[in-house]
Design a binder for this molecule. Sequence first.
Ligand code: NI
Ligand code: MN
Length: 217
Amino acid sequence: MKLTWLGHAAVLIEGSVNILIDPFLSGNPSAGLTKDKLPSIDIVAITHDHEDHLGDAFEIAKEHGSTVVAIHEIAVAAQEKGLQAEGTNIGGEIEVKGAKIRIVPALHSSYRGSPVGFLIELDGKRIYHAGDTGLTMEMQVIGMLYPPDVSFLPIGSRYTMDVLQAAKAVEFTKTKKVVPIHYNTWPPIQADPEKLKELVGDKAEVVILKPGESLQI
Ligand code: NI
Ligand code: MN
């Protein structure tokens, strides 16, 4: 399976199905690719409807015939635009095109519904995308029940966790690998991913990607 960080919070999972999370590509100064370069996308997953996450989601879903997966209220908004969408809510798991997707709480805000993170099980691997969130004790539930193989955690501070909180989130979730995201897109969210590496130590492998770079698992 190939996991690509497309800059900011956008992540592309390529396995038996292709899943695109929070595709903010147009207008993203750190975008790893333009949307016309994407492979065929089966599922578009949206953590919350802030512009830097909803991004090009609906346009891409329309163009690729993808299924939108999001919290109920955003799924309804997608359906109202004529898109195929599967709504879910905190704690529940849905199976879409062979991918098992569970949404988990994110401590943040949003216009519609609650902001969430995703736990995705595909091809025998579990991937956690935290969305925008502060550190929350709820992450311990992930560690207890669903420890991820790879987690994408925000570290940019101001709107989300900083490196210190993200290092604690690594402990809480018991993730094997962590890829820092949601930093250095703009000046207010500057962060040093090497500091995360120092703080995490040998608790997990910190994989620092540049936008457009991939990790194979
Ligand atoms: Ni946000
Ligand atoms: Mn954000």
